[in-house]
Design a protein around this ligand. Sequence first.
Ligand code: DQA
Length: 146
Amino acid sequence: MKILVLQGPNLNLLGERKPEVYGLTGLPELQKYISEYFKKIEISFFQSNHEGEIIDQLHAARGKYDGVVLNAGALTHYSYAIRDAIESIAVPVVEVHISNVHNREEFRRQSVIAPVCLGSVSGFGIYSYILGIQAVAHQLKDGRQV
Ligand code: DQA
């Protein structure tokens, strides 16, 4: 099973950016933590601050990955282009957020990508990624049986 963990704007600053909200773990450490957590899943990582590159990666996931775990950062809240990209591919996408987007500013409560994602995980710190990967892996393995 091959999963892509795709990260949007400002997530390269993890560990430095608002540590009281996003924690102290930097992006390379986060990637190591995720890779070491899952022994049987092949996980790749990509981060970009550019909307178009996120869209390109979603398109490129076709035929290459079984699932995508996406933290689109602030693009979550307004990017119809990312929403359309998710809707255009058959690869399942799970939305993840480190922080609880529902107990913060009003604008973070809306996700324009949620309706086209398999589901969403928010508020569990970096463990949100673990839950997101487990969710997509479960769907791929057992989803059709339940
Ligand atoms: C975030 C939440 C977003 O609202 C924010 O813009 C981010 C990070 C999270 O992981 O909690 O960049 O997606």
